[in-house]
Design a protein around this ligand. Structure first.
Ligand code: ZN
Length: 236
């Protein structure tokens, strides 16, 4: 008992001392984070350009980009991705400064918005788009998986990383037309085991949507009768 009383203030001092040496700064504006803020300050979060696609799951630009080949029950994004934006800077930090927790924080923000709509109705599992093992080794982590972790933390939905696999390490999609993009990724995924009842497929930034479509198409072929898709950001 006495020992706890002795160590508690010491631990507290220790933590403050560490923060003094390595202050926690916002990845968007470099200002000090408050104890309740994680990676991104509330001011920066409020300045990110959001879209309200989750309120219109079958009537928004992302849905129209992805629908057709797959039994899409709904699609939505949290942010609009534009070049030189605050969001681009933040995602760049996550990617090149090896900080997956930025994506997790953004995932938590996304989940809070999703919970204010009906978008998650009947979703049984969250399935992050997998990276090819080679790319995963090079990058160190899968951005989509950390977005999924953030969403799961808020919604308490389970994450499924054992159904969908990336079997082909595709080349970059930029400078390819629509048909070339589809051909490049159409056999990039494989599924194993029991299909989830209603998966929510998670991606980080959707540009053409070909990769996301290919993953969803594979899930459909493997028994998923309905699929929902959510991407953190959407390139308009
Ligand atoms: Zn900030």
């Amino acid at each position: 008992m006495h020992l706890i009383h002795f160590f508690k203030p010491l631990c507290r001092l220790g933590l403050d001392f560490i923060e003094l040496l390595y202050p926690r700064l916002c990845v968007g504006c470099n200002h000090l984070l408050s104890p309740t803020e994680k990676e991104i300050c509330l001011v920066c979060l409020s300045h990110l350009e959001t879209c309200d696609f989750e309120k219109f799951p079958q009537n928004n630009p992302l849905y129209y980009r992805l629908a057709g080949k797959i039994p899409l029950l709904g699609a939505c994004s949290c942010f609009v991705f534009t070049k030189k934006s605050l969001l681009q800077r933040i995602i760049h930090q996550a990617k090149y400064h090896n900080n997956p927790y930025i994506m997790q924080t953004l995932g938590m923000f996304f989940a809070q918005r999703l919970l204010q709509s009906n978008f998650l109705a009947n979703v049984s599992e969250i399935v992050p788009i997998p990276l090819h093992p080679k790319k995963l080794k090079k990058r160190g982590y899968n951005q989509a998986e950390y977005i999924a972790k953030g969403i799961a933390q808020v919604t308490h939905l389970p994450i499924n990383t054992y159904f969908l696999y990336r079997t082909k390490n595709t080349e970059t999609q930029t400078r390819k037309n629509k048909i070339e993009r589809w051909n490049n990724v159409k056999d990039a995924f494989e599924c194993k085991g029991t299909p989830p009842n209603l998966p929510l497929l998670i991606d980080d930034v959707i540009t053409s949507g070909a990769t996301t479509q290919a993953a969803a198409f594979e899930m459909y072929k493997h028994g998923c009768k309905q699929i929902k898709i959510a991407s953190l950001a959407f390139v308009s």
